[in-house]
Design a protein around this ligand. Structure first.
Ligand code: SAH
Ligand code: SF4
Ligand code: F3S
Length: 470
């Protein structure tokens, strides 16, 4: 099944090991710490766990206090303008750390510096940044740190022409019960609004054996929630020899023992086959939640977005999932104000939201991305975008509230996520349908499955009482 062109060579990885040894030598007995700020999606969260893994290997402890750190990294996102502005403002505030201590190392990675104009901007206007590199260069982090510690030339690298997968990088997982497992990288879809294919390269899949070993290892260590990550997990395996499918992978994962749930993030409706839905329906680890990005309810806009499905196809997938997986919950992504979206187009989106009745939606105001086809199309005025966004949110809030209230009086199984941010005595948890449930409890059950009787609900969460077994 191996396609060797997909993978970073062992000699390149060995070279990076040498750089790691070099850094450890320089950092010996220094008691250094590193701070990593993560923006963007789960792919970036997963990459940051690899970054922390490497940083620890070369002698840094991980700190949450940026002002104390000896090495600072920002793992950036470029999906919308707001994400890039945030990244630049965080990088901006690192300036005075370097002014105070010139030995500090500052690096930028992720999706933003994979774009030539941003890389150039960082090089020119952020002179205290030591290195910036695109997502496919992550395995070369030791080389960049080693260079910076030796006061070498500043490095600004875009993604490689043909990005490859680096297996075996150490991962420092944030959680002891929830894990990301990347099954593929990149995207081939080129939705006309989206920057991802330009900053994450073409699709490449990990070998099934590597993924299964990782899931098995997590199950053995008692992980309870495993998310299989990729921009379009439904097209997993197309680039591998033997062409294993996502259904094959799910069927193999189903054989692994352990009390854990599996989520997919994200599925593209274009490739949602019946074979995959059957593999989900028969999977003993399946969580009853499906995220299926819709983007728009108008066939005209879906075509302009290059999504390769229409409204009817989307609805038929929802129906098939609902009939084969009883009680499945649905979430989606919707963009409002895509170029050329008329009031009629928008009303079609509102209609589909009413008919599907998603549990919740992630709605986004269209943000023009330089280098994508939609950037040059005629734009919808900002005030219309905002007005439509508000109407969509109001509609969804009503629906979410109604759906959530149907849970009152029921008992649900939840995975406990830890103390709620706002209230010391309240715990936050999620059902296997990914609904947030808050409950009060004297004991800390974080990382375990518990039963909660729902007593109240609102738009964003359920509230209840834990049913303790002893
Ligand atoms: N690969 C995933 C999406 C990743 S990006 C998929 O295809 O489903 C997450 C979401 O960001 C997208 O689903 C889309 O709704 C939104 N998005 C992407 N580009 C955007 C842009 N230029 N402006 C606004 N929202 C955007
Ligand atoms: Fe972007 Fe489309 Fe690829 Fe998702 S499938 S990452 S929206 S290009
Ligand atoms: Fe952002 Fe890159 Fe993810 S652009 S949404 S971090 S793939």
């Amino acid at each position: 099944m191996e396609n060797t062109n997909n993978f970073v060579s062992s000699s390149e990885l060995a070279l990076q090991e040498q750089f790691k040894r070099g850094i450890r030598e320089i950092n010996k007995n220094k008691n250094l710490s590193a701070f990593v700020f993560t923006l963007g999606c789960q792919q970036n969260e997963a990459d940051s766990e690899r970054i922390r893994g490497v940083l620890r290997e070369v002698g840094y402890s991980i700190t949450e206090k940026e002002e104390e750190a000896d090495l600072l990294m920002v793992n950036t996102c470029a999906i919308r303008e707001h994400a890039e502005r945030r990244a630049l403002s965080i990088i901006g505030r690192f300036k005075h750390y370097k002014a105070k201590n010139p030995d500090i190392v500052i690096g930028v990675c992720g999706c933003m510096p994979a774009q030539a104009h941003r890389s150039e901007q960082l090089k020119r206007s952020y002179h205290y940044v030591d290195f910036a590199f695109g997502t496919s260069m992550l395995h070369r982090l030791p080389e960049f740190i080693f260079g910076a510690l030796n006061k070498g030339k500043r490095r600004f690298l875009l993604d490689s022409e043909k990005p490859q997968i680096a297996e075996g990088l150490k991962i420092e997982r944030e959680s002891t019960y929830k894990a990301w497992v990347s099954i593929m990288y990149g995207c081939n879809n080129f939705c006309t609004y989206c920057i991802v294919p330009y900053v994450r390269g073409r699709e490449r899949s990990r070998n099934m054996a590597e993924i299964l070993a990782e899931v098995q290892g997590l199950a053995d260590r008692g992980y309870r929630d495993i998310t299989l990550l990729g921009q379009n997990v439904n097209s997993y395996g197309k680039d591998l020899e033997g062409k294993p499918t996502i259904a094959d992978l799910l069927n193999e994962i189903s054989k692994i023992d352990g009390d854990f749930m599996i989520h997919l993030m994200t599925s593209h409706p274009r490739d949602a086959s019946s074979e995959m839905i059957d593999a989900l329906a028969s999977n003993r680890h399946l969580a009853y939640h499906f995220h299926l990005p819709l983007q728009s309810g108008s066939d005209k806009i879906l075509k302009k977005m290059n999504r390769h499905y229409d409204k009817a196809r989307y609805l038929s997938i929802v129906e098939e999932l609902r009939s084969k997986i009883k009680g499945v919950t649905f979430t989606t992504d919707i963009i409002v104000g895509f170029p050329g979206e008329t009031e009629e187009d928008f009303l079609e989106t509102m209609d589909i939201v009413k008919s599907v009745r998603f549990d919740s939606i992630f709605s986004f105001i269209y943000s023009p991305r330089k280098g994508t086809p939609a950037y040059d199309m005629e734009q919808v005025p900002d005030e219309i975008k905002h007005e439509r966004y508000d109407r969509l949110c109001n509609l969804q809030n009503e629906i979410s509230n109604e759906i959530n209230n149907t849970y009152v009086g029921k008992t649900v199984r939840v995975l406990v996520d830890g103390k709620s941010k706002n209230n010391e005595n309240v715990y936050s948890s999620r059902t296997d349908g990914n609904k947030i449930v808050h409950f009060e409890c004297a004991r800390d059950y974080t990382g375990t499955f518990q039963n909660v009787k729902i007593t109240r609900a609102d738009t964003f969460a359920l509230y209840g009482e834990i049913i303790e077994n002893n």
